[in-house]
Ligand binder design. Structure first.
Ligand code: NAD
Length: 455
């Protein structure tokens, strides 16, 4: 099939490349000429494992091209996927400005029946608004507006796209259904479930799923806090919960709080939808608030272990919001590091893929070439992102370059016994320290949490 994609970000580029891998002829368009130039020169504007190789293969096969020219791409496409950003507006609700602009660019050039497919995450009713916009701009156009939310995760995006848990398509238009069935036939033939719904239901599925995952994360984070107070082990609690098939083991890893381009913005957008519909979403409200508070108190967690941070050096290992991506959007590092600096600490940092994006966002940080270099002279080392390369760090070597051996592991990457043996005073999330596996009546984080902003 002939497919167009508008927006070559994390979602659009993966979508276009994977649709080419499925055998379709795909043209990806972006408004930024420098992105398209880079792609046409064999580069890739984002880091996503395996993506640059797949782009290369599909370009060589002649199935994937990149352009800034919507007018040339649009006519006679069976489906055009819109994958532009829908960032939070000032009140947290989704800003649909990029989407409206993309539709305005596209409308004059539509020819023949086209399924206009929204891949971007958009509030319920957006499909209706796109339909109205198209009807106003091009009353003669033969189009059907389809919702097809994307569930890929950065860091494993290609696998997620090609082996999805489910594909959700929302439309009442029979021709558009057929187009979408054909687009995804190679995946559904291989067993991927395709859920066909009306458009509003499809739009809501995406938000309901993301908000549920956000709730799961905030829940296990609060259980981990409780474990710290009571001397229980959050990892084992999660294991014991996760063996229950009704709960499931995934998304039960406590950490520094959720970030990234989806969970924070999608929970806020869903809350906006709830407000507009006068339906209280108390559970999601609590999850979002708990997360905001958790991230706000990250530096206080460090201070609770390392004491007054004035004049101290803190090493931060990991800057991106999660491993496997260069994405810095809503990363915990953007909360933690400025707060450490405000408290008078010098921050040295290393991230395997995020440093280029981080440089502009984190002024004053000393960016280092590896973890050991970052830890040099530090009086606390904070592990913030679960990069596999950190898991295999030689802790004794790390301990030998720091000034004071304190390791604050916000991803529970290390065995407490190993860290202690290497000489570290080791604090992780929701797990008792190796040396003192007893109810933590003197847990230094207790004061932090209950004092809140005071710390
Ligand atoms: P992104 O910011 O990485 O990419 C958006 C791209 O769209 C940019 O390259 C931008 O230049 C381009 N663009 C903006 N306006 C344009 C226009 N008028 N014409 C052509 N190109 C235009 O965003 P993203 O992370 O890929 O997210 C896109 C959408 O997908 C969002 O709604 C997001 O919520 C959703 N989503 C993201 C993820 C994820 O993991 N990133 C997962 C699922 C869904």
């Amino acid at each position: 099939m002939k497919i167009g994609v508008i927006g070559t970000g994390y979602v659009g580029l993966v979508t276009g490349t994977c649709l080419a891998e499925l055998g379709h002829e795909v043209v990806c368009v972006d408004a930024l000429p420098q992105k398209i130039e880079l792609l046409n020169n064999g580069g890739c504007p984002i880091y996503e494992p395996g993506l640059i190789e797949l782009i290369r293969t599909q370009r060589q096969a002649g199935r994937l091209t990149f352009s800034t020219d919507v007018a040339a791409m649009a006519p006679d496409r069976d489906a055009i996927f819109i994958a532009v950003g829908t960032p939070p507006g000032p009140d947290g609700e989704a800003d649909l400005g990029f989407l409206r602009a993309a539709i305005a660019d596209l409308a004059p050039h539509l020819a023949g029946f086209t399924a206009v497919v929204t891949k971007s995450t958009v509030p319920v009713g957006t499909g209706d608004r796109i339909e109205a916009q198209l009807a106003e701009l091009r009353p003669d156009a033969d189009v059907a507006v389809v919702s097809n939310p994307e569930f890929l995760r950065e860091g494993s995006a290609i696998g997620d796209f090609l082996k999805p848990d489910r594909i959700v398509v929302g439309t009442d238009d029979g021709r558009a259904r057929q187009v979408m069935q054909q687009v995804y036939a190679p995946l559904t033939d291989a067993g991927a479930p395709l859920l066909m719904t009306d458009r509003r239901t499809s739009e809501l599925i995406k938000y309901a799923a993301n908000a549920f995952l956000a709730v799961k994360i905030s829940y296990i984070n609060e259980i981990a806090d409780l474990c710290e107070e009571l001397g229980a082990d959050a990892a084992r609690v999660a294991e014991g919960m996760g063996l229950d098939a009704r709960i499931g083991a995934r998304f039960l890893e406590p950490g520094p709080g959720f970030g990234g381009s989806c969970f924070p913005k999608d929970t806020d957008a869903l809350l906006g939808t709830g407000r507009a519909a006068a339906v209280p979403l108390r559970v999601v409200t609590a999850a979002a608030e708990a997360n905001r508070e958790r991230k706000r108190l990250l530096a206080a967690r460090v201070a609770a272990v390392a004491g007054d941070l004035k004049g101290q050096t803190v090493a931060v290992l990991g800057l991106t919001f999660k491993a496997g991506t260069d994405d810095m959007r809503e990363a915990a590092s953007l909360e933690l590091i400025p707060d450490l600096q405000r408290r008078g600490a010098t921050v040295r940092a290393f991230d395997p893929k995020g440093m280029e994006a981080a440089r502009d966002l984190l002024p004053g940080v000393v960016f280092c070439r590896d973890a050991v270099e970052a830890a040099r002279g530090a009086s606390a080392v904070v592990v913030l992102t679960e990069w596999p390369v950190f898991r295999t760090l030689d802790l004794s070597r790390l301990a030998s370059v720091v000034e004071t051996p304190r390791l604050i592991d916000m991803r529970n990457l290390f065995d407490p016994d190993d860290a202690t043996r290497a000489g570290f005073d080791y604090v992780s999330i929701g797990r008792p320290a190796a040396a003192a596996r007893e109810p933590a009546r003197t847990n230094p984080l207790r004061a932090t949490r209950s004092a809140g902003a005071a710390a």
